[in-house]
Design a protein around this ligand. Structure first.
Ligand code: SF4
Length: 318
């Protein structure tokens, strides 16, 4: 079944309009729903649920403990390169930013991996920008091989690849691919992705399903909070995760909650996402997607990361 981006955006809008006029009683019913779905998620993200933050946190903590125990998994990101051929307006690595560009040599990669392994990490996330002459598929192959020898889990947040390339990296030991859609709002997507391969909205949307079909075992989804209306993006993200769960029921799905941060180009978020809304969003996703891994990165301050660990979030960077 094809993932229809316009249909999910229309459904997100319908649910957001209904939730906007809901009262706190409807939001309270959503917190205690037995099988919460998209309408409940919309209610939990609506202003009507703001006074239910503590109740949502308690429920999110119970669900997190039931499905993930008291352990918080840690993973280490390893930035292999800052070369990039794309022009994302919100990113300091965009190809028009003037800064030194480099990529790790094979010796540097293994030395960094040895250091991370020595610190006890069992999962590494390898990151690059979009494909360039310096950093392409062969370079990534060279990174996955030593990583798979050292870590139980090797995941990739790199440029989109063809099915054969994903299959080859899975064969070499990579188990997962992270590809945030950044925003599901097609107009905003087109405006902020100024040039390069990432400008292709549909191509980006297809990456998680393509990686799973090629043999990857898990995918990471997310939106860059602040680019577009966070409520609509959250409702589309939920539908994307559900679609993948239905199509690839054995796959591990994770969701991250990155917020826009200041970068070299001075990009300003159009929408503010404060700590209170972000916390509510994390609790709401935990309540509505109990078995999905929820991840927080070092974009967030340590105090916020510590506060969310175990209360919805089950995986984080150190
Ligand atoms: S593709 Fe990634 S690294 Fe390149 S500009 Fe966009 S966000 Fe930055």
């Amino acid at each position: 079944m094809e993932f229809n981006a316009s249909a999910i955006a229309a459904e997100a809008e319908r649910q957001a309009i209904r939730a906007a006029v809901a009262d706190p009683t409807a939001a309270a019913r959503a917190v205690s729903a037995t099988h919460p779905g998209l309408p409940e998620l919309a209610l939990l993200l609506s202003p009507a649920a703001d006074q239910l933050l503590e109740t949502m946190a308690l429920k999110a903590r119970r669900i997190t403990r039931r499905h993930f125990g008291r352990n918080i998994s840690l993973y280490a990101p390893l930035y292999l390169s800052n070369h990039c051929s794309s022009g994302c307006a919100y990113c300091g690595f965009a190809s028009d930013r003037r800064q030194p560009r480099r990529h790790m040599s094979p010796a540097e990669m293994t030395s960094e991996m040895d250091a991370l392994q020595g610190m006890g990490f069992e999962e590494v996330l390898l990151l690059t920008g979009e494909r360039t002459p310096e950093v392409g598929f062969d370079y990534l192959r060279q990174a996955v091989l030593p990583a798979a020898e050292r870590f139980h889990q090797v995941t990739l947040e790199t440029f989109p690849m063809c099915t054969q390339e994903y299959a080859e990296l899975a064969r070499l030991g990579a188990v997962g691919v992270t590809a945030y859609q950044e925003t599901y709002d097609a107009a905003t997507y087109t405006a902020v992705h100024r040039w390069g391969p990432k400008k292709d909205y549909q191509r980006r949307l297809d990456v998680p399903a393509q990686a799973l079909a090629a043999g990857m075992r898990s995918v990471g989804l997310g939106v860059l909070l602040g680019l577009a209306d966070p409520l609509l993006d959250a409702l589309c993200l939920y539908q994307h995760a559900q679609h993948l769960q239905r199509q690839y029921w054995r796959a591990g799905i994770s969701i991250s909650f990155p917020r826009l941060r200041p970068e070299a180009g001075g990009f300003q978020p159009r929408h503010q996402v404060d700590d209170r809304f972000l916390a509510r969003m994390i609790y709401a996703f935990r309540i509505c997607l109990p078995e999905v891994s929820l991840v927080l990165s070092t974009r967030e301050a340590p105090a916020f990361r510590d506060g969310m660990a175990g209360v919805g979030i089950n995986k984080r960077q150190p």
